[in-house]
Design a protein. Structure first.
Lengths: 190, 1133
């Protein structure tokens, strides 16, 4: 393990502690896994994920796509007999992955970021801009080709707007985002 | 009959209420047993079968000594006992006073149907137009507003649901015995005075109120009203405010001066509402605004009337109060996660399923869905609905659901003859009671019940071909998803505090625990914060039948202690002298036939009289009208006084009512009650029995009476002293309990000090100091003038029977002496089982839970120096040969884990368990341990953890089913929970005539109904010798055992029953088959006289001996061959 990797591991470990705290009362009953609508696509069940988290096995957690696939439907939170904030915990795992720039999640994180950037600029997602931002961030010349069939299908149904959005959109949410960032900064400093 | 001056109130007539009431009544106290329901039996009246027998057996709770004092038929049908007054539909309104002298106000709902007159014919139900859901069948069927609360009660009289009843009066007209007094008649007694200066108002009010059945008078002015009030007693005055001359307010003032209790309702126009409010301040009850809405007016008057009717509470004195209010059940429909209950018709609760299984249920006991009648062939049980769920504020385990779910599976399999798939979805299968684990194993391995560890989150309608079926979607522990379709889904609903608990607690000033159940004191599950008010059954939370019954007996003991201390044990001088000796008289039978108000149409009385009087034993035959009325009964009693018969036979409907009345009558005229008989003669449209039938019924009764043995009931003398074997907490508690009632106790302890396991235990999981309990109890025992402690002493041998045992004990020096005592309590305790696996003994790093507790207490182990600890549960437990749960180990593990975490939060603790048995409120400590970061890993018995020990560390390898991989844990300490083994030498048990179960624990007579008795009367077991239990649980079992013992000790002469077995020695060949056949050990062979002897108290009249006897030497009194053949002849004549 080189220095950088070691450092990454440590920081991830520290970041997991507050999440573990939240779900400590988990009894591994599996209600979350049975409830999850995306479980079929996950490489491990939510229950498995929580188990790893309780055991402090960060490496395994951050090799799994489970939390990235959480669509925040809140079924698990509603149904958990322990009343644990599971959806929130999934979200926090996503944030760690984004903050620490963990390789396996690059694609998802950039997708999220591009989406949010577009929302930030215009108050809603502008599909063309969003995809452009995404392709640009991924720096992969063949990526657009992979999305081409989907893009064409969406366009034929009028789901994608081709117009180029304004750079300084009056409906921009920039102020809101800045405020949120400030608040997050204050919180993390605490 | 035995009667002391002390009285007790038992509130709640469920199983624990019945137990507590019977226990107190058998000791001679007068007991008032109340219930707010119109029937006794509580929840158990709805549950037909109980495990482990999968039958009922409730009747085994009936007295086994002085049996004739109580009813001796199915307890579901009813109960009477000489010393118990049962008052149904009754509640406690207030309580004042001190322990030993409580003044309690009880209020009963007015009975609209006379219990004496109702014959249960059902004519009222047939005509009743109202239909409402039947709570007896959990709403799965409908009933009328006039109905039978339970289908099988004796006497089964109808009641009226006053909320649902429309008072149409149809039932009143249909009732053939005029038993129904719908409030019309009663309302006539309610006098209302209407005061208004406007004639039209007066007239219309009078008309409306008279239509409702009230008596109404009118006055047109204040002075006239006052005059009328002075002349006649009115219950309610409706007074107008604005009247010329004296106005309403002035009238109110004057009327209230003269009659402070008068209810007054003011009537006013809208403009003067303020005046009306003022009037209320000076004593008016309410006001009405003109113009009136007749409905509002009537409903207000009805409300006042009902308060008047029910308001007449009844003040009684009681020495102690036992609360046996039971628990309520969780309603999933009101929960955040209802599992489709209330929406999908085939999702039902476990209680509803019990009703489906029942022969008196909505499906007549057929295993079909009530919604569409389809046979149930695949059913799933979902556990922990409303339990162990923080989202429904249920951070507790309901204790009973796991076992009743298994029972329901087995019953369903039996009904379906195996043609059913049964699956239980569970988190932990809590089989923590005695024999529970084997019951589960048998269900799983022999009966094919499927146990699936997984929690179902919701239930979805099956949209495919199966109409009405339900899909369960769940993830198994490996993470695989499953969709399974079921015919029926049963929600194993948990328990909740009984309805009205908070109000009752406030009124009685007793504390509640955080979950809303009654809070009990440390180490005593029966004591509330208020002396003299005790907790029985599941009122303090979550108990199965056996535990409820044990707790009820313990509560009875505590109540008895309070009453005894207040002087309640003084006996009431019995006014009945000895019965007349008629053994040498020729039978002289008085036959009395009730004509049921001259409705005995088909019979010809004269013919019957002529026929019967041909029999020389029949002295006189008389036909009487309505003996059920007080008048009729007086006439009957007069005849008995006049003719002085030596046998009485009565024929009437509802003979069971007469059985009790006849006993009283017999006593009055100095006749042995055994020489009276009632035969049931019931005539109705559906059962038109002719005179021929009546004649044969009477002849059968005569045949029974003719051969009835007039000799007095036998009794055995009682040595009023007790022997308690074992000086641990159970033994000491039992000894104190008996000694506090003034009886001598010998307490035998093998060790040199009293205390048993309490000497090494430190704290309970709740944090109570064990030492306090030990010191306190030991001091009381050692200072008690009535307790003789024998330390370093062993029991050598004993012989004798209930009332008189002779036991030889030997001290350390080998000196023996013999003690005589009437009862024996076995409380020899138990110890932690020896560990033989997981490397125990090879390293100091492997210890047992007990050793851990001791090391932590001596501080020879520093938690701060431990980085990781592994605990393994169920070591050698819950698998053959020790296939039982020891109950305390999970709680100890949690207690130690929490303690270690509190001392060193960085310590990693792993608990390897099979099923966490944190039953009841201990569940909350399981939650706390999880929150504290203790890791729990579930293992299967087939795949036990493996242990490798090095110098410094213990490496434990365990398969984690959720991760699907093996984990190797490096730890500094391995703690083994080895469970409890009894220290009950078999020779001690057998020398007293009791027996041990296959695990070496005390064998109780019946695990549910007689949990601390042995089949041999007079020998009781408690504490760990009985079954693994905590200190507090040992205390209640000891108190229960003491209570059972006190029933016997409180007699100088213990009376036997009327029907007991006897031996004709001239026919007896001493083959001894009867001795082997007797389940109660009531028979012994007296080698000196070469005779078989029957103990009349121990004999329960079952007749097994008579059946096996090859010579008919053994026979059952009251059922001799000659007598029975004559009865049969009469029946077929």
């Amino acid at each position: 393990m080189n220095q950088a990797e070691h450092k990454e591991k440590l920081s991830v470990h520290d970041a997991l502690a507050p999440i573990r705290e939240k779900i400590q009362a988990c009894i591994q009953c599996g209600t979350c896994s049975g409830s999850c609508p995306n479980e079929f696509a996950m490489d491990m069940t939510p229950r498995h994920l929580w188990r790893l988290l309780l055991m402090g096995q960060a490496e395994d957690i951050f090799h799994s796509k489970t939390f990235m696939l959480c669509s925040a439907c809140y079924y698990c939170t509603l149904r958990c007999p322990r009343g644990l904030p599971l959806t929130e915990a999934m979200g926090e795992l996503k944030q760690i992955a984004a903050r620490e720039n963990l390789v396996p999640y690059n694609q998802s994180v950039r997708f999220y970021k591009s989406f949010m950037e577009s929302v930030r600029r215009h108050g809603r997602v502008q599909e063309m801009e969003f995809m452009t931002l995404y392709f640009a961030s991924m720096k992969s010349p063949f990526l657009p080709l992979r999305f081409a069939p989907l893009g064409l299908r969406l366009m034929s149904k009028g789901k994608v707007h081709l117009h180029i959005p304004l750079q300084n959109d009056p409906e921009s949410l920039d102020a809101v985002f800045r405020k949120a960032e400030e608040m997050e900064k204050v919180r993390s400093e605490k | 009959m035995k009667r002391k001056i002390g009285t007790a109130l038992v509130a709640g007539a469920g199983i624990s209420g019945i137990r507590a009431a019977l226990d107190l009544a058998e000791c001679g106290y007068g007991v008032t047993l109340i219930d707010r329901c119109p029937h006794i039996g509580g929840i158990l009246s709805q549950l037909d079968y109980q495990f482990p027998t999968d039958r009922c057996g409730m009747c085994k709770m009936l007295p086994s000594i002085a049996r004739d004092d109580s009813s001796q038929y199915c307890l579901r049908k009813g109960l009477f006992h000489e010393n118990i007054e049962i008052r149904l539909s009754t509640e406690i309104i207030s309580l004042e006073g001190e322990p030993g002298h409580f003044k309690v106000m009880l209020r009963g709902k007015p009975g609209l149907i006379s219990h004496e007159l109702c014959t249960g014919c059902g004519a009222c139900t047939a005509v009743c137009p109202v239909e409402v859901p039947d709570e007896f069948n959990e709403g799965l069927s409908l009933r009328k507003a006039v109905y039978l609360p339970v289908p099988h009660a004796i006497p089964n009289t109808y009641v009226i649901d006053t909320d649902a009843c429309t008072r149409c009066g149809a039932c009143e007209e249909a009732c053939p015995t005029a038993a129904i007094r719908l409030s019309q008649g009663e309302r006539r007694q309610f006098h209302i005075l209407v005061v208004d200066d406007e004639l039209i108002v007066r007239d219309s009010l009078k008309e409306w109120l008279e239509d409702e059945g009230f008596s109404v008078d009118m006055a047109e002015s204040g002075p006239e009203a006052l005059e009328q009030l002075a002349n006649c007693a009115y219950h309610l005055m409706l007074a107008d405010i604005k009247m010329t001359g004296m106005d309403g307010v002035e009238l109110l003032k004057k009327a209230k001066e003269a009659l402070p209790d008068l209810c007054v309702v003011m009537m006013t126009a809208y403009a003067t509402v303020e005046t009306a409010v003022e009037a209320m301040k000076i004593g008016a009850l309410d006001y009405l605004i003109k113009p009136f809405d007749p409905n509002a007016l009537i409903s207000m008057v009805l409300r006042i009337y009902q308060d008047f009717e029910t308001g007449q509470g009844h003040l009684s004195d009681f020495g102690a109060v036992v609360l046996c209010g039971g628990a309520a059940y969780f309603n999933p429909a009101e929960s955040k996660n209802p599992f489709g209950y209330g929406v999908l018709p085939n999702v039902i609760t476990s209680l509803e399923f019990e009703r489906i299984l029942s022969g008196t249920g909505p499906c007549q006991g057929k295993l079909v869905r009530p919604s569409d009648g389809k046979a149930i062939r695949k059913a799933a049980w979902i556990q922990c609905v409303g339990s162990r769920d923080l989202q429904t504020d249920a951070d507790f385990c309901s204790d009973v659901c796991c076992m009743y779910a298994i029972k329901e599976c087995l019953l369903a399999r039996e009904k379906a003859e195996g043609e059913i798939e049964t699956t239980i979805f569970y988190m932990d299968m809590r089989t923590f009671g005695k024999s529970f684990q084997r019951y589960r194993d048998q269900a799983e391995n022999e009966q094919g019940v499927r146990f699936e560890r997984g929690r179902i989150h919701s239930v979805i309608q099956d949209k495919e071909d199966n109409e009405g079926n339900l899909i369960l979607h769940y993830s198994d522990r490996g993470g695989a998803l499953h969709d399974e379709s079921y015919d029926m889904v049963i929600l194993a609903v948990g328990q909740l505090p009984a309805a009205g608990m908070a109000e009752l607690a406030e009124m009685l000033k007793i504390p509640l625990n955080p979950w809303g159940f009654a809070q009990s004191e440390p180490f005593s599950l029966t004591q509330t914060g208020r002396e003299g008010i005790l907790l029985g059954g599941s009122f303090s939370g979550l108990k199965d039948i056996g535990e409820s019954v044990t707790q009820a007996s313990a509560a009875a003991l505590s109540a008895s202690r309070v009453i005894h201390a207040a002087g309640g044990s003084q006996e009431i001088e019995s006014d009945t002298s000895e019965y007349r000796d008629v053994s040498r008289d020729y039978p002289k039978i008085l036959v009395l036939v009730c004509t049921c108000g001259n409705r005995l149409s088909a019979s010809d009385p004269q013919e019957i009289v002529r026929e019967l009087e041909k029999d020389p034993a029949v002295f006189h035959v008389e036909f009487l009208g309505q003996t059920c009325t007080a008048e009729g009964w007086d006439r009957l009693a007069g005849l008995a006084e006049k003719y002085k018969p030596n046998r009485i036979l009565i024929a009437a409907c509802l003979s069971y009512i007469y059985a009790r009345k006849l006993r009283e009558l017999a006593r009055q005229i100095g006749l042995n009650p055994a020489l009276t008989e009632a035969v049931s003669y019931h005539q109705s449209a559906s059962n038109p029995r002719g005179s021929g039938n009546l004649l044969s019924l009477l002849r059968m009764g005569i045949a029974r009476l003719r051969h009835a043995d007039p000799s007095p009931v036998l009794s055995v003398p009682v040595c009023q002293e007790a022997l308690v074997v074992g000086g641990g907490i159970a033994g000491m508690t039992a000894a104190l309990a008996v000694a506090d009632h003034g009886f001598q106790v010998y307490l035998i302890e093998q060790a040199e000090v009293l205390g048993g396991n309490l000497r090494w235990l430190q704290k309970t999981i709740e944090g109570y100091e064990i030492k306090t309990l030990l010191d306190d109890t030991r001091m009381k025992v050692e200072k008690h003038p009535r307790i003789q402690v024998h330390i370093r002493t062993r029991v050598i041998a004993s012989y004798g029977q209930v009332g008189s045992f002779f036991t030889t004990v030997q001290d350390e020096e080998g000196l023996t002496h013999t003690l005589e005592h009437g009862v024996t309590v076995l409380a020899t305790g138990g110890t932690e089982a020896a560990a033989t696996s997981y490397g125990y003994g090879t390293s100091s790093l492997v210890v047992t839970q007990k050793e851990l507790e001791q090391k932590l207490a001596e501080k020879s182990l520093d938690p701060k120096k431990l980085a990781a600890v592994v605990m393994i549960q169920c070591v050698g437990s819950r698998e053959e040969p020790r296939n039982y749960c020891s109950r305390v180990c999970c709680a100890s593990a949690l207690k130690h884990a929490l303690y270690l975490k509190s001392q060193n939060p960085d310590m990693a603790i792993y608990v390897l368990y099979r099923d966490m048995m944190s039953y009841g409120f201990a569940e909350t400590y399981f939650t706390q341990a999880r929150k504290a970061g203790v890791i729990f890993i579930q293992y299967e018995v087939k795949e036990k953890p493996r242990v490798k020990i090095s110098d410094q560390s213990v490496y434990v390898t365990v398969f984690d089913p959720i991760l699907g991989s093996e984990l190797e844990i490096e730890s500094d300490l391995l703690v083994l929970a080895t469970g409890i083994v009894p220290a009950l030498p078999e020779y001690i048990v057998t020398t007293f005539g009791a027996s041990v179960d296959r695990d070496g624990f005390f064998q109780e007579a019946e695990s549910k109904w007689r949990p601390v008795d042995s089949l041999k009367e007079g020998v009781f077991g408690c504490g760990i010798a009985h079954s693994p239990r905590s200190a507090a649980e040992s205390v209640i079992s000891a108190e229960a055992a003491a209570q059972r013992a006190l029933r016997i000790l409180s007699y100088k002469q213990l009376p036997g029953g009327k029907f007991t077995a006897k031996v004709r020695h001239s026919l007896c060949s001493l083959c001894e088959r009867c001795i082997a056949a007797c389940p109660y050990g009531a028979r012994v062979i007296d080698t000196d006289s070469e005779k078989i002897q029957v103990n009349p108290v121990m004999c329960q009249g079952c007749g097994s001996c008579a059946a096996v006897c090859p010579n008919s030497a053994s026979f059952l009194e009251g059922y001799s061959i000659r007598q029975m053949l004559e009865v049969v002849d009469a029946a077929f004549a």
